[in-house]
Each structure stands twice: as structure tokens, then as C-alpha cells.
Design a protein around this ligand. Sequence first.
Ligand SMILES: Nc1nc2c(c(=O)[nH]1)N[C@H]1C(S)=C(S)[C@@H](COP(=O)(O)O)O[C@H]1N2
Ligand SMILES: [Mo]
Length: 252
Amino acid sequence: MSKISRRKLITGGIAAVAGVSGIAVAGKLAKAHGLIPPDCSGIYGPGETLTYAAQRILNHRAMAREFSRSEISANPFANEVAPLGDDFARMQAGGFADWKLTVDGMASRPTVFSYPEIMSFPKVSHTTMIGCEEGWTYIAEWTGVPLSYILDRVGAMSQARYVVYRSIQPDWWESVDMNDALHPQTVVATGMNGANLPVPFGGPLRMRLPRQLGYKSVKYLVHLTLTDNMKSFGKGTGGSASDSGYAWYAGI
Ligand SMILES: Nc1nc2c(c(=O)[nH]1)N[C@H]1C(S)=C(S)[C@@H](COP(=O)(O)O)O[C@H]1N2
Ligand SMILES: [Mo]
């Protein structure tokens, strides 16, 4: 082996060589457990399958770390969003009484819930950290309706494998598998730090998944769809972030 190729092996190659067999094993395990993300064919595919499968096999019931109230960030950072538009402004002026959450797809009772109805559902609270892939984090107490409660109300069918969730902002939609959808810390958030969810943080309704990176916590939630297949959504990778090259499974 020449010096140069040895060097290559040391710097980048080791990861690749170790990674290839690791990925092959993970790929096999993943297949055996039905743990293949919606699109694992892209550049990031094999590595993502590895992360996803490892999480699911080793850690599938794990809870995101919860913090004490005294650790809540004094100045949580609301990531800037594109303008929300006239419809949003009109609903905001009316206290979101006209806000709707449509739930359809593989459900025996597809339903359009009003915001006041959602507010009347049983809620839980968790103090968790949200982190953006750009590097910042904050801790807040989120209150919301467990997604599992909503899926139960609409009669989610056993064939459903993913929940697709969409913002009023058409560019923002994501999906999770049923394991994450039914996870006890996954909520349709209605509140933050004891008040109704402020608009900059995604109010009136936001998906909140403390076990995945911030971009999976879609703000201004209007639509949930139960499906067994992601092919007919966007480019078929499972979300707006993964359609543009980020990981579909952003587990932390
Ligand atoms: N609808 C919508 N949801 C969104 C975003 C957005 O721009 N629009 N940004 C995402 C990103 S990239 C992150 S990191 C988090 C930021 O959450 P925060 O504003 O509470 O910090 O929201 C996510 N959800
Ligand atoms: Mo982000």
C-alpha cells in the first residue's frame, strides 16, 4: 500500500471501511425489523438507516431527558419563520377560534378538530430541550395533547406506518413512524412555560418531538395524515427537510 493510500485510509478510509460493514449489519437488522426509513437510497441513506435502526433496536422506548423547572431557559430562541400570511393574521386576531386540525388517511373516523376542541383534550407537560441543527438549544416546558390520544380518537388503522404532519406554511411538513408517533413525549403542543403557545414558537399548535432535532417539531400545525407509504408525499423521502437533503430520522 502506498503512503498516500495508507494516509487516506487513516483519515477518511477507516470510517468508510468500518462503516461499510457496520452499515451492512445494521442494514440487515433494519430489514429484519422493518426499520427502513422512507427513502434510504440517497447519499445519506445508509448512515441514516444505521442511526434509525440503532435507535429502534437499542433504544426504542427511551425517553428524552426531562429537566427541572429551574432549568427552563430565561431567553428561549424563536427561530425566524417566513411571513405567515393573511389567513394566519385573521385567525390570530380571532384568538384562533377558527384554527382547524384535519386528521385523515388510514383512520376509521377522519376528523377535523377545531382549536377549542383540541384545547379541551387531556394534556401532559414535559420540560425538555429543543435543539436546532445549526447548533443552539433551549429548555422549555411544553404542554400538549399526546399525539397518541388524537390518533386513538380518529381510530388509527393498524396498517398505518407513518404520521405525516403539515404546517400552514406549505414548505414545512414532516413525518414520523408509529413508534415516535405513539411515544409518550410526542405531543401536539398547545402551551409553553405555562401560557398558550406563543406565535413565534409555533402557536396555536405545534408538533413537539423531544427525541428528534428541532426541524421535526413543525410549527403552525394544520394537518395530520396516517399512511403506510411516503411515496405520494413530496419527493417521497418523508418530509420537507429530507426532501432537501437533511436526515428524515433526526434522532438525538
Ligand atoms: N412551520 C415551521 N416549523 C418549523 C420551522 C419553520 O420555519 N416553520 N423551523 C424549524 C426549525 S429548523 C427549528 S430548529 C425549530 C425551531 O424552533 P423554535 O423556534 O422554538 O426555536 O422549528 C422548526 N419548525
Ligand atoms: Mo433548525
